[in-house]
Write a new protein. Structure first.
Lengths: 131, 1439
């Protein structure tokens, strides 16, 4: 069963993603910030990390950077609602830092599941979605 | 005091007392200064001399010490010889000593004194005898001074060797131990100390010369024996090397090299306490000794020296030479010079003061002279005035008299003529010669010569002159010489009176007398005739009487008189005759004489007005017809005399005689005179007859005085009024007199006087309101007087008025404030008034000598002269111009000149009156005003002048420019035409309230232009007051601030949007998270529910509302990010790829998304954010159109080119290469009505609250800004298609392949390992940047505010390589932080990040010393480039 690590400071969103992903049969782990995400990642070695970009403590970009350093093969999906930085900026930066795919919040549950499916269909760590 | 003295000098009131005090003061000061200087300089000189002396003395002392050392060395050398040798023979010693003795003259002897034990005495004596001194033995001196062999003792110290032997024979063998002498003490001292010791002085004998000597002992010990203690030294003493010196020689030798005669040196031995013993002096003293104490009492230099255990004292005193050598004192010179200078200064000053007094006297004299001259000038001016008055009176008189008065120069030409003369001789008389008018053609000048030659002071003469009509008159002249200033006769004044008539009478009388004196007969005849002439009062009787007298008294045969009738034939009508045969009948010849008869002598006489003498009547052809007649027979000769009066012959007197001699020359002359007398008599009788007739006529006329309009009186000799005509009524009323009554007393006197004098008297009198001029005509014979009076009131009044007018004019002319001048027709001033003099600076005399052109500005001369010429030509009546005069001092005066003519009756110009008004000040004011007008006219500010009611009187061009109204349109209007309604009534009420109180009002208006546009202005309204302080106008100065207001609003809008953006950015994240939950859970819940569950509808509503909220956030973010776009070449494809990913996550799967991207589409010049906004907005619209029914969203991009025809036809873009971006949907489409307004701002088809209506207008704005075009096609039910054309980038300078990603592509950003301190109050940005920089290899530390960063750097100054800071932060801005950091670590580079509205540009940042600068939002590349730049700058700075 593929393991997915959902990283978001918003517990409700974590629950939403867990519900949607578990419905599709994924094993879902949660982390509330980047620090927790990195320790969880080392522990459970998930196949996919879905991470928010703007987070307290260690934010998504940093998390992506470090996960990519630690595990070049990991699949990473970045999700962002933007903020002080434009959504596009956030997501483009996330992708440049190593995210395999990016999605803008609020994301359609179905679209999320589509992307996750596509990511698992493809070998890890290559290119962005849709190519 | 000095100041006071000088002041009094300047005031010119100096007295000799002050002079004395001043000079005394100066003398005192001069002497004091000189003495002070003298004392000071003398002090210096003394000090200097003392120093010189001490230097010289010191020099001598040191030389002396050196010499002494040298001598000691000689002794040491000697002792060393013995110490070093096993034995020294006498010969060796001699050789050794000789070397020293030769060098040192003061060395008296060198000796070797061995220590000889008592038992060795004999051996030593023997040895010495062997060396050649046969009588050698040890010796000692007995108390008497004689030498004797030494007493036996334990030991001896004999002089064993001595060199030179010659003068020291006595010393050889002398035992030093033998006496208790100073030598013994020195001997023991040398032995015990092991050092050379000197004894006190000893007397030396060399030849005969005694001198003082000193003996030096140097001990010699046994070789190898110990000598460290006194005992050891006593035990092991072998002998002494002894040197004897002459002290004096020592001194002389030592000081040989010094300059003599400067210093005296004296040596004393002061080892004993007895006060010192004299040794020697340099230069040597002859015999006498001196004591040290005596020397030291004067100027001296003394030094004690230790000489081989003895204390010597060297005393130096200045010698006479030194005193001579010292410079001749400068001080006395200075004293003398000072005194001399003082005396010179005082002498000079005294001279100056005297000169000053003299000059002052001269000035006073000059002042007196000046005053005298001024008085003289005044007196002279008065004299000139009176002269002028006299002159004018004289002229008036000359003009008034009826006599001819003329002036003639010595050349005989008339130079001047009075009006009477001109009337007589004609106007051209002046300038013509005197002879021109003389009838006889003689030289008119000749008679005047005695006058001209000064022989006569007056002259009277008469001559015949022709008047202008060529009539001849006899003029009686009185001539007086005219003298010029030098008394030379320059001409003559001639006055003349017509005496023609008088002369004629005189001539007649004179002729009669002449005739009487003629021949007797003729005289008798004449007498008779004269009697007849006198007696007869009737013409016919006279003529008859004459004829009879000629015949009876003259004895002539016949005489007759015929008158020439004025008929056509000129027949001669005999009127009287007498003579033989002529008693009763007419003379026969008389009938045939006719005037026109050529042959008739009578006719000829008449015609030619000459006497005609016919010698023989019988022979005369004219008488031929009558020759046979008795008449002719009886008369042999005839004299025909014409009767001429007033140049006309009216008859003939014929006298016949029977012999020719009856008519001799005298007779003819007498008879001719008789004829003339007769003619005159006839003429006189005729005249008298006419007079009688005229008198009768007059008397007849006088009978009708009642009709005379003038007053006529007849008064008796005693003043009784006989007659008065009707015109006399007012006079009689005034006199209260009637006919038959006597006249008033005064008039009775006049009447009596008139009768007494027998002449006419003219009297003027006032009668009531009228003035009458009476002529009293006496009728002496009758004894009454006629008075003729005429009313001259009007004339008198006119004359008085004229006189008054003239007086007024004079007063006005002299006292007018305006300049006035009279000019002649040449334009020369002939009279000018004081005001004009004041204006021009010229006096009247100066002005009169000039023409107006001479003091007129050259540019104005032509204008003035042209007008003046017209005035002279009577073309204009007067003129007024503004012109410039040149003052005497050269300054220009602007004047208004009004010139009016004074003309003669015939219109010719007599002179011109110029009135001159100084308008210089006016002109200046006018120029000032013109400048002000220019300034106002060209001012950038709109200026409005209104009256006190607010009615516009003036606006300047700037006003026209700003408001669009022309001046003509607004003058007379109220400024309320500009009212826009933006200000309420209270505003205007306040405004009026302020300015009515006279205050200056300032404020802002929003007004309306003529075209209706609103503009803003800053206005200042000020009252204008007149001289009395009343407000007369208001002036408003207004500056158009529309542009500023707009810019301000724009800035405010931008700042607002930025604030919204910041706010939206802040909430967007959280908001999107919330929406994510709402939407996500709703979606999940919906999926869980069966299809027909009614809750699904509720969930759909939730989903719809959630989507709206999401769109709203996106719109707010998009709209608020209107920061300045940063355009650069970029490819659209990469952005579209990103958007495809974004859309996939947000658009429901019911909508198919299709992207057709053509790779060959080139880059465009744009900002990626703008392209993003265009595509996202269009896609959002498409999604909305398909949200309910689903469909397909197609986004395509391709390159294309537009040619001329396409560009002109439908597309609003120029021809060229374009990128065509198409966004098409298959949604509900739009009807044409919507399609028209689809790009209007705030137009939306969505329900209230569902959309902002800004999306497409934002798109249109961006496209326009990028110089592109957008078009839309839509059909209801089929969908819409938006097409955007963006011009392709022509120059391919950048790297446009993937600009959007490259910006954020960390791989492009520059790497580095430096330590960076990142400062930003926005935590999210801080983090993002940190991640960037860490990923690039940097070591990053973050701070969320400036204070924290500053503390950190202060704690560890060298921990960071570079600081990157935001500008806008609370507490400490980026610039402030940079400033503080520079204090802590000046070399620490700082990169400043600023936002759009921070108002800090790169230049400012660099001026503040910042190394690098990044504008937000920035890209990783820009940030890392800036950091690299800053670091490089720092390293260069260090390097």
């Amino acid at each position: 069963m593929p393991r997915v690590l959902v990283v978001d400071d918003d517990a409700q969103i974590r629950r939403l993603f867990r519900m949607a992903l578990e419905g599709e049969g994924y094993e879902v782990h949660e982390a509330g910030d980047g620090v927790a995400a990195l320790s969880h990642f080392a522990e459970i070695r998930p196949e996919l990390v879905i991470t928010d970009v703007m987070m307290p403590e260690k934010d998504g970009l940093e998390t992506i950077l470090e996960i990519r350093r630690a595990a070049p093969q990991a699949r990473i999906l970045a999700v962002s609602g933007g903020g002080q930085l434009n959504v596009l900026t956030c997501l483009v930066m996330a992708r440049n830092l190593g995210a395999d795919a990016v999605l803008a919040k609020p994301v359609q549950v179905n679209a999320l599941l589509d992307i996750v499916r596509q990511l698992f269909e493809r070998p890890c760590g290559e290119g962005a979605c849709g190519e | 005091m000095l100041t006071k003295a000088i002041a009094s000098l300047e005031n010119g009131r100096v007295s000799s007392r002050w002079h004395g005090i001043l000079l005394t003061c100066l003398l005192g000061v001069g002497v004091t200064l000189s003495v002070l200087l003298f004392v000071k300089v003398r002090g210096w000189e003394k000090e200097s001399a003392q120093a010189d002396f001490e230097r010289l003395a010191q020099e001598r002392v040191s030389v002396l010490q050196q010499e002494y050392q040298t001598q000691i060395e000689v002794l040491r050398a000697t002792s060393a010889l013995f110490a070093a040798s096993e034995s020294v023979t006498r010969g060796e010693f001699s050789i050794f000593a000789e070397a020293f003795l030769r060098v040192h003259e003061s060395l008296f002897s060198l000796q070797w004194v061995p220590r000889v034990a008592g038992d060795e005495r004999a051996a030593y004596e023997e040895s010495a005898r062997r060396d050649g001194f046969s009588d050698f033995h040890f010796r000692q001196q007995d108390p008497s001074g004689a030498m004797r062999p030494a007493d036996p003792r334990d030991e001896y110290c004999p002089v064993y060797y001595v060199e030179p032997y010659e003068r020291n024979e006595a010393a050889l063998g002398f035992d030093n131990m033998s006496v208790q002498s100073p030598r013994l003490e020195a001997l023991y001292r040398a032995r015990d100390t092991g050092r050379p010791a000197a004894c006190a002085q000893v007397a030396l004998v060399q030849g005969t010369r005694h001198s003082r000597g000193v003996v030096f002992y140097a001990p010699v010990y046994r070789k190898g024996a110990p000598r460290d203690t006194v005992e050891a030294r006593r035990r092991n003493l072998e002998g002494y090397a002894v040197a004897v010196f002459r002290v004096e020689d020592l001194l002389q030798e030592a000081l040989r090299g010094t300059v003599p005669h400067l210093i005296d040196c004296h040596l004393f031995d002061v080892s004993e306490p007895n006060g010192g013993q004299y040794l020697a002096s340099h230069p040597p003293r002859a015999g006498s000794e001196v004591s040290a104490a005596a020397l030291q009492s004067g100027p001296h230099f003394s030094t004690p020296v230790t000489v081989a255990g003895r204390q010597w004292l060297i005393v130096c005193t200045p010698s006479f030479g030194l005193r001579q050598d010292s410079p001749m004192g400068l001080a006395p010179l200075i004293l003398v010079a000072g005194l001399v200078i003082t005396v010179l200064i005082i002498a000079y000053l005294g001279q100056m003061l005297r000169e000053l007094a003299r000059i002052r006297n001269l000035a006073v004299q000059r002042e007196h002279a000046k005053r005298f001259l001024e008085t003289e000038v005044d007196r002279r001016r008065e004299a000139e005035e009176s002269l002028r008055a006299i002159s004018s009176r004289y002229e008036a008189t000359l003009s008034a008299v009826s006599d001819i008065i003329m002036e003639v120069d010595v050349e005989g030409r008339y130079t001047w003529a009075n009006p009477a003369a001109l009337a007589f001789f004609g106007p051209d008389a002046v300038g013509r010669p005197v002879s021109a008018y003389l009838s006889d053609g003689t030289d008119g000048c000749e008679p005047l010569k005695p006058l001209f030659q000064g022989l006569r002071t007056s002259l009277s003469l008469e001559n015949w002159q022709r008047d202008k009509d060529q009539n001849e008159y006899l003029l009686s002249w009185r001539c007086h010489p005219l003298r010029d200033r030098d008394g030379q006769v320059s001409g003559a004044v001639l006055s003349a009176r017509d005496v023609t008539a008088q002369r004629q009478i005189e001539d007649g009388l004179r002729a009669s007398e002449a005739r009487l004196r003629s021949s007797n007969r003729a005289l008798v005849t004449i007498s008779e005739c004269n009697q007849a002439l006198v007696r007869t009062s009737e013409e016919t009787e006279l003529v008859q009487g004459i004829c009879r007298a000629i015949v009876d008294s003259g004895g002539y045969r016949m005489a007759w008189v015929g008158y020439a009738d004025d008929d056509e034939h000129g027949a001669i009508r005999p009127v009287a005759w007498a003579g033989e045969n002529a008693q009763d009948e007419r003379p026969a010849g008389a009938v045939w004489a006719r005037m026109d008869d050529e042959q008739s002598p009578v006719g000829r006489s008449l015609r030619e007005q000459q006497a005609v003498f016919v010698r023989d009547v019988a022979l005369e052809p004219a008488y031929a017809p009558w020759r046979d007649e008795e008449f002719v027979q009886g008369h042999s000769c005839a004299l025909l005399l014409p009767l001429v009066t007033e140049g006309k012959s009216f008859g003939v007197l014929s006298i016949y005689a029977d012999y020719a001699s009856a008519f001799d020359v005298d007779a003819v002359n007498l008879l001719s005179g008789l004829a003339n007398d007769l003619a005159y008599g006839i003429s006189a009788l005729r005249t008298r007859a006419e007079l009688v007739r005229a008198l009768e006529t007059t008397q007849m006329l006088a009978r009708f005085p009642a009709e005379n309009p003038n007053v006529v009186f007849r008064v008796t000799f005693d003043g009784m009024l006989l007659y008065a005509n009707s015109a006399a009524a007012p006079v009689l009323a005034a006199w209260q007199c009637e006919v038959g009554q006597p006249l008033p007393e005064e008039w009775r006197r006049h009447v009596a006087r008139s009768l007494d004098e027998g002449t006419h008297i003219e009297i003027e009198c006032v009668c009531g309101e009228c003035i009458f001029a009476f002529t009293l005509a006496p009728v002496v014979e009758a004894g009454y007087v006629n008075l003729y009076g005429s009313d001259i009131t009007a004339r008198k009044h006119a004359e008085e008025a004229q006189a008054a007018s003239e007086a007024r004019f004079r007063v006005i002319f002299e006292s007018a404030g305006m300049g006035m001048a009279l000019a002649n027709i040449q334009g020369c001033p002939i009279k000018s008034n004081p005001a004009l003099h004041g204006m021009l600076g010229y006096t009247e005399a100066e002005l009169t000598a000039m023409t107006f052109a001479e003091f007129t500005h050259p540019d104005d001369v032509n204008l003035d002269w042209g007008l003046f010429s017209k005035l002279v030509e009577n073309k204009i009546d007067r003129y007024q111009i503004e012109k410039r005069f040149i003052r005497k001092d050269g300054q220009l005066v602007w004047v208004r000149l009004t010139v009016s003519p004074v003309r003669k009756p015939d219109g010719t110009l007599l002179f011109a009156l110029g009135m001159v008004e100084d308008i210089t000040a006016h002109k200046r004011a006018e120029n000032e005003r013109l400048r002000l007008v220019m300034a106002i006219e060209s001012a950038a500010e709109a200026i409005v002048v209104t009256d006190t009611h607010g009615v516009i009187e003036y606006v300047n061009p700037a006003f026209e420019r700003v408001t669009g109204y022309t001046r003509e349109e607004v003058v007379g209007q109220n400024p309320r035409i500009l009212k826009s309604g933006a200000q309420d009534d209270d505003f205007y009420r306040d405004l009026w309230h302020s300015i009515l109180r006279g205050e200056v009002w300032t404020g802002q208006f929003s007004n309306k232009r003529k075209d209706g546009r609103i503009y803003h202005e800053d206005a200042t309204i000020s009252p204008i007051r007149d001289a009395a302080g009343n407000i007369v106008n208001y002036v408003a100065v207004k500056r158009d601030t529309t542009r500023e207001v707009e810019l301000e609003q724009q800035l405010r809008r931008t700042q607002k949007l930025e604030a919204i953006g910041t706010l939206a950015g802040g909430i967007a994240h959280d908001f999107n998270n919330i929406l994510q939950s709402i939407l996500g859970f709703a979606e999940v819940a919906k999926a869980e529910l069966p299809e027909n569950n009614s809750i699904r509808l509720c969930l759909d509503e939730i989903l719809t509302a959630g989507m709206r909220a999401r769109d709203l956030v996106a719109h707010i973010l998009a709209f608020s990010r209107q920061s300045s776009p940063q355009v650069r070449p970029m490819k659209i494809q990469s952005i579209l790829k990103e958007i495809r990913g974004l859309l996939r996550g947000t658009i429901p799967s019911t909508i198919e998304i299709d992207f057709k991207l053509s790779g060959d589409c080139g880059p465009v010049l744009a900002d990626p954010t703008c392209i993003h906004q265009i595509v996202m907005n269009l896609c959002t619209n498409a999604y909305h159109a398909m949200r309910e029914s689903g469909g397909k969203l197609t986004v395509s991009l391709e390159g294309m080119s537009i040619d001329e025809s396409q560009a002109g036809a439908s597309l609003e873009v120029p021809p060229g290469a374009y990128a065509r971006l198409t966004v098409a949907d298959t949604g509900h489409g739009m009807p044409p009505s919507v399609l028209e307004r689809v790009f209007d701002p705030y137009f939306t088809t969505k329900q209230q609250g569902q959309g902002s209506g800004l999306g497409l207008s934002v798109v249109l704005g961006i496209v326009k800004e990028l110089k592109g075009a957008i078009s839309v096609e839509s059909r209801v039910g089929e969908g819409s298609r938006f097409e955007v054309l963006l011009p392709l980038c022509v120059q391919n300078t950048g790297s446009p392949d993937d600009p959007y990603s490259s910006e954020y592509d960390l791989s492009k950003a520059l790497r580095g390992t430096e330590r960076i301190l990142l400062v930003d109050d926005e935590v999210s940005i801080l983090r993002t940047m940190r991640v960037f920089l860490i990923s690039r290899g940097y070591d990053v530390k973050t701070c969320s505010n400036g204070m924290e960063a500053l503390e950190l750097v202060r704690a560890v100054p060298h921990h960071f390589d570079v600081v990157v800071t935001d500008q806008t932060m609370p507490q400490l801005t980026g610039l402030q932080l940079a400033k503080e950091l520079a204090i802590v670590r000046p070399d620490l580079p700082v990169v400043l990040c600023t936002g759009y509205s921070d108002l800090v540009d790169e230049a400012t940042a660099r001026n503040r010393g910042l190394r690098a600068f990044v504008t937000k939002p920035f890209t990783p590349l820009a940030l890392t480039t800036a950091i690299r730049q800053a670091l490089q700058g720092a390293s260069e700075g260090v390097a």
